[in-house]
Design a protein around this ligand. Sequence first.
Ligand SMILES: [Zn+2]
Length: 619
Amino acid sequence: MGLSLLALAACNNQAQKEEKSDQKTTIAMETGQDPHSYAKADALVKHLNWDASVDFDSKTITASAQWDIEVKEGAEAIYFDIYDLDIQKVTVDGVESDYQLGEFDHHLGQGLRIPVNANSKKVSISYRTGDDARALQWLDAEQTAGKENPFLFTQSQAILARSWVPTQDSPGVRFTYKAKVKVPSHMLALMSASNPQSRNEKGEYEFEMPQAIPSYLLALAVGDVYFEAISERTGVYAEANLLDTSAYEFADLEKMVQAAEELYGPYAWGRYDLIVLPPSFPFGGMENPRLTFATPTILAGDRSLVSLVAHELAHSWSGNLVTNATWDDFWLNEGFTVYFEHRIMEAVYGREYSEMLASLTRAGLQEAAADMLKEMPNDTKLKLDLEGRNPDDGVTSIPYDKGYFFLRLIEETVGRDRFDEFLKNYFQGHKFEVMTTEEFLDYLKANLLSDEEFQQIRVKEWIYEIGIPDNLPEVKSDRFAKVDAALENFMQNGALPAKEQSDAWTTHEWLHFINSIPADISIEQLSELDEAYQLSASGNSEISAAWFQPTIAAGYEAVYPKVESFLTSVGRRKFLTPTYKALLEAGKEQMAQDIYAKARPNYHAVSRETLDALLNFSE
Ligand SMILES: [Zn+2]
């Protein structure tokens, strides 16, 4: 529970603003249970009718958001979250209404207060998005794969939905929605809802999401994309020249959905489709219901990076069905999803394969936690405290991977049968509900763990204390042990891994090999590896990003052109941050700044926010 009181100057709609300009009232706008939303529990939204027109020339969306609301006796106003929206008109039950805006906060935007009472049923807000609409990325044609048409996509998580829809932007508030969206006639519009599979001449599309979702799952993509079915209920959208590649890469989609259903119960959302976005998309994927948004950097050509799809699919249960109540409880979304992702990968590709993934996860977690303990130790707790901060600060490997290993420890302690039964009941028993860390712990005690088991696992230490407890589960991978031996042989004796051995390596074995390269490797040795295995030329984004680490650190100049072309063409933050950091740590500050100046216009606001801070950039 957090209260951040803001004293606010009331700023009414245009006519009244002039009328009252000399008698400014001050209203207090405070946040409710969720420190990242101005919404209050006594007046909540239930359903949205969104009517919008997308204009690529002015890079704005003009829309009206008509909300069905429920107001408790005694409540005097309903509060919405907005960020850089130009509010044109507000009506309550069809009658034009007064409204007040709160003071602007860099993270939260503004509160929008609309007077209502217990009899009020509908609030309608007409508005236009601003230049600083942080969820939206408007791409010019040359930033797309086809290079002929522009593209628009949204990224609403964590609190960016408010920059394109006035909403109660808390994961704890759910609503259903319908939408009508007008776009240029040669383009297709898609949402986190029922979706068209082909264009219509007018460029007018209708959508429906009959299951209640929180606003961070509101999503829109508009582009020159086409659909290809993979199975009856799954398929992929992509630009024409990426469509076949994408359909090949995601051929196992149906198998994954079936594996997930067998584990934790029926898929609740109807269709499961995926859209491949342009490379500036800031994340690997976003679990928008019915339509996962994905980066094209997972198109490796050999299906080796599809664990990301398993991850987004798993969110259909963990996160989308049972949702973290606030961003402080983010591990409930992500830790469960990483656990579930590994189980899907195990079911579809076998334990040996999924243990390679778990081993990479473990190594990455230990490295990240060691760094974070120096700079921001409190963020290594599973239960976060993000009040007054950007909730995006909580997106580290802690909620994901420490969360995963905490759940894996529970599984290993109680046995898989008991844990699976528990998880299935947890998802089915709390669907379309929100969950706090504390409610989950109560549920865990009441339905799974004995007092002894609870103590043995050291549950409280995992959740509320910094660092990684020393009962972190071990992961054994025989395949990685062979890679270790090959690397050792190279470093000690100069013998390159035999061709028949390295040819059989998967992406994961290569990642383990590269990540294990010792800091004292010489430029000659790096060059030898590069010549033998063409690592600088790799078309696999994970391998490229991993390879940048030892090579930049060693000052291996042959990799610089690839670093520059990668950073200027890819916008996925997971790759950008460590690569820029490596440049800074290697004393290549100027090179980092030069590349960033060129690349920044191609990055989404989410990536820019992180990198501006890292590179001390100001506009
Ligand atoms: Zn996730």
